[in-house]
Design a protein around this ligand. Structure first.
Ligand code: SAM
Ligand code: SF4
Length: 335
């Protein structure tokens, strides 16, 4: 089939080649920045995409130019049919990867290998067992940490996502970077972002600039090496000279990467979001179930994409709680 990038190109000329698919709204952790304590209202099971529907939708995206798919959630590995989903999607001509909290990763090493997964992103916000329990509301630090080491020893490329929250884990920025001395992982510091129910405010956020202050206070200019960012990369990449791993900063709040954005997001209930911050969604799943072509819906959603952060182009708008209440919690979007 001839690939048709046109429906993936928005009015600002950005070509969307990267699809993130959320497989599930549930999770075995309860990270405070991702979901409200009381949980989120779950979609009825019949509203969630089946593995056949995920495959059909993913194939349409790939036929129209998507070259990269990342599976996320909720926690993608707690979905019972994840082995079938991986098998079906790995038959597409696409780079397939996954973002996980790694609690159960040890049970999936062979499945990852069999389906040619190379890059695994893992969330870890602290190296302190008690703080892990505080932020995730679960006691699984050792499992996660050991599974990160397992992934590395099995040859996977591992990126660790760390959401920074002032007064909680900013004191661990340098310790986390020190981890890259002996372990070849990339630690990605993520600016805390506002979503429905996560009690965000600007004061809780550690900005890109502040991370670099911590770095510059602990390492000399000569030690810190700026790495070349990949095209469409959402992070600014660095390493400490001589260390096996690297670190990066994702500054979606203070310095968004919207100009080079190539991402679309599909929620577990089959809604297409053209931006993490978008307040509107396009119902792909209902169209598919009605036997209609989903291409016009994809095209319309891509065309409707705002230039910056789903229309929240100023920090003032981002600070407006009413706007986030119209968005979902991160757990139901798929980060
Ligand atoms: N459960 C998997 C995990 O934790 O890696 C995948 C889903 S999780 C929603 C995906 C990513 O979103 C995680 O790396 C998490 O740290 C990030 N995330 C969740 N809420 C966030 C927030 N408010 N600000 C920034 N990143 C957030
Ligand atoms: Fe679960 Fe991931 Fe959200 Fe934490 S960040 S609650 S692990 S979905």
């Amino acid at each position: 089939m001839i690939k048709n990038n046109d429906i993936m190109t928005d009015t600002f000329g950005r070509v969307h080649t990267y699809l993130r698919i959320s497989l599930i709204e549930r999770c075995n952790l309860r990270c405070t920045y991702c979901m409200p304590e009381e949980g989120v209202i779950l979609s009825p099971r019949s509203h969630l995409m089946t593995y056949e529907e995920i495959y059909t939708i993913a194939k349409t995206f790939v036929d129209n130019g998507v070259t990269k798919i990342r599976l996320t959630g909720g926690e993608p590995l707690i979905r019972k049919d994840i082995p079938i989903i991986l098998k079906k999607l790995s038959s597409l001509s696409v780079e397939l990867s996954i973002t996980t909290n790694a609690v159960t990763v040890d049970k999936f090493i062979d499945i990852f290998k069999a389906n040619k997964l190379k890059s695994i992103n893992v969330s870890l916000d602290t190296l302190d067992k008690e703080k892990f329990k505080e932020i995730t509301r679960r006691n699984d630090f050792e499992k996660v940490y050991n599974n990160i080491l397992l992934l590395v020893s099995e040859g996977f490329k591992v990126k660790i996502n760390t959401v920074l929250i002032k007064g909680f884990n900013d004191d661990e920025i340098v310790d986390l970077i020190q981890l890259t001395k002996e372990i070849p992982v990339t630690i990605r510091f993520i600016e805390f972002m506002p979503f429905d129910g996560n009690k965000w405010n600007m004061e809780k956020m550690i900005s890109y600039k502040e991370v670099m202050q911590y770095v510059n206070n602990s390492f000399s200019k000569k030690q810190v090496e700026r790495l070349q960012d990949a095209p469409n990369d959402t992070s600014r990449n660095y390493k400490i000279k001589g260390y096996k791993g690297s670190f990066a900063i994702i500054s979606s709040v203070t310095n968004p990467f919207c100009n080079s954005c190539n991402r679309l997001r599909l929620t577990a209930d089959g809604q297409l979001k053209n931006c993490l911050f978008s307040l509107t969604e396009s119902d792909i799943l209902s169209a598919l179930r009605a036997g209609n072509s989903i291409q016009p819906i994809i095209q319309k959603a891509v065309q409707a994409k705002f230039k910056i952060r789903g229309g929240m182009d100023t920090l003032k708008k981002l600070e407006e709680p009413k706007l986030h209440n119209q968005n979902r919690s991160m757990i139901a979007i798929g980060g």
